[in-house]
Design a protein around this ligand. Structure first.
Ligand code: FAD
Length: 462
């Protein structure tokens, strides 16, 4: 099948903005042998290849990608390199103890800087800017949640330098938003253009001697081999790095809930709007809704803003049909204009989405079986930009049998419990989105929602 660049560019603002022509790398041409075969050219697969070759330049590493590197969630996301463990601290603590959770949280903070340093070292022009994370509460109910979040940080031992509450006045000094009750600020976050990072990383892997085959779909992933339509790759180690797409592989349909997150972006905004808005610090910004938004000021002075809420389809849960949704587009546009009145009337130029992988307990995993050589990582539950870099580093250590701080992290070997079979997973997903959305509407009118949120709690953790 011939390559259609338009179909790639329309997948996100970031893919659309890639400079020059997008030329896919040559597909696999017949059988091949190597030391490590990786399936999936998103952040997990690319960082794994990059770190393996960094540690051992003599390794023969091949990566197969069905479309082009960065086609999946890695080229479509909100570009938040946000610290924080994917999963619930208390769930992790039950398994690994509180100290391990603290070490893991710190590792995610360091991951933010590590990505920026590696991007700079590799000359990847991806707009990395470490402005921290600002979460704005625009109702009393949201403020309660945001205060509880900071209080939770205190209970885990993090100080004011890691997260703190801002008054409306302090918030205003960062960004002009309407109806601010309070906000929280954490320095542990950066914004990035994710497609440029993914594409730049693929180039870096090749510079280090890795071989990337795009337009090459894996049909089966087994110990010792990856079977594709273009040939079979035999390898001592095989890494599955397909996050939400994993559910399309044989026997994996209950591994994750593929949760769609959708985004919109404005046209580049004029300096008059930015003078009214502020946002000089390039913070990533969210709100305290259950279906919260996440936004960034892009390098070309747009606002890219995303949120959940797209319905999940029964039967074929990963499908391009779910990447756009009029209702979500309207909700995001309304949220954007309501929150930042200076932006009202700005043209929305892009709308896109993608699936992220949510495990049954919302806790990410990194696994390598030294006996079979099979490895995989994912289930970042929306924290994948930072977490996938940790996975890549960890998988490289595990494959090379290096005992490091990363191989002792709680997510290493964390078992994945399968989701309920359909239609229960479908019901769960509809309930999560439906109840969160209705709770937000009740809270926006000044009501309380604790009761209805209790209904979906069993699906949100454990
Ligand atoms: C709209 C959206 C917004 C998000 N926002 C953020 C955010 O701001 N911050 C954050 O931390 N996380 C965010 N996430 C989540 C984050 O993007 C993902 O968790 C992360 O990118 C996953 O990386 P990955 O490499 O594991 O998977 P992916 O990036 O999805 O890569 C998997 C790759 O595997 C390929 N593939 C699939 N099947 C096959 C096959 N059979 N053979 C060969 N190749 C195959 C796919 O084409 C794809 O390129 C967001 C996700 C979405 C969709």
């Amino acid at each position: 099948m011939s390559f259609d660049e338009t179909l790639v560019r329309e997948r996100s603002l970031w893919l659309d903005g890639l400079p020059g022509r997008i030329e896919p790398r040559p597909a696999l041409a017949g059988d091949a042998d190597c030391d490590v075969a990786i399936v999936g050219g998103g952040f997990t697969g690319l960082w794994t290849a990059y770190c393996l070759l960094d540690l051992d330049p003599s390794l023969r590493v091949r990566l197969v990608e069905r479309e082009i590197c960065g086609f999946g969630a890695s080229g479509r996301n909100g570009g938040w390199i946000s610290a924080g463990i994917a999963g619930v601290h208390e769930t992790w603590a039950e398994r690994s103890g509180e100290d391990a959770v603290r070490r893991a949280e710190r590792a995610t903070w360091e991951a933010v800087d590590w990505i920026g340093e590696r991007a700079a070292a590799e000359g990847i022009d991806c707009g990395f800017a470490k402005g921290g994370i600002l979460s704005i509460a625009r109702s009393e109910a949201q403020a309660e949640r945001i205060r509880a979040h900071v209080e939770h940080d205190r209970q885990w031992g993090w100080g004011e330098e890691d997260s703190r509450i801002l008054s409306p006045y302090e918030t205003e000094s960062r960004v002009t938003a309407s109806d601010v009750v309070c906000a929280s600020y954490s320095p542990h976050g950066a914004r990035v253009n994710p497609a440029r990072l993914a594409r730049g990383l693929a180039d870096a892997v090749e510079r280090k001697g890795g071989v990337i085959h795009e337009q090459t779909a894996a049909r089966f992933i087994e110990p010792g081999r990856v079977v594709t339509d273009h040939g079979t790759i035999r390898a001592a180690h095989v890494v599955r790095a397909t996050e939400a797409f994993t559910v399309q592989l044989p026997g994996q349909h209950r591994t994750y809930l593929p949760l769609y997150s959708l985004m919109i972006a404005t046209e580049p905004l004029p300096s008059t709007v930015w003078q009214a808005l502020g946002w000089e610090g390039r913070e990533t910004i969210s709100d305290g809704h259950h279906l919260f938004f996440y936004a960034q000021r892009t390098t070309d002075d747009r606002i890219a803003i995303g949120g959940r809420g797209a319905p999940y389809g029964l039967g074929s849960p990963v499908d391009p049909r779910y990447e756009r949704h009029d209702g979500v587009r309207e909700r995001l546009t309304r949220t954007l204009y309501d929150t930042f009145p200076a932006v009202r009337g700005a043209r929305i130029t892009h709308h896109w989405g993608g699936a992220l992988g949510v495990p049954r307990d919302w806790c990410m995993t990194v696994q390598h079986d030294p006996t079979t050589g099979l490895a995989f990582a994912g289930g970042y539950s929306g924290h994948g930009v930072a977490a996938a870099s940790l996975s890549g580093r960890t998988l490289a250590d595990l494959i090379l049998r290096r005992d490091t701080d990363l191989t002792a992290m709680p997510w290493v070997g964390h078992p994945l419990r399968p989701w309920e079979p359909e239609p229960l997973r479908w019901v769960a997903s509809r309930a999560i989105v439906g109840i969160m959305g209705s709770s937000d509407r009740v809270e926006d009118r000044g009501g309380q929602t604790a009761r209805r949120m209790r209904i979906i709690r069993p699906f949100l953790a454990h």
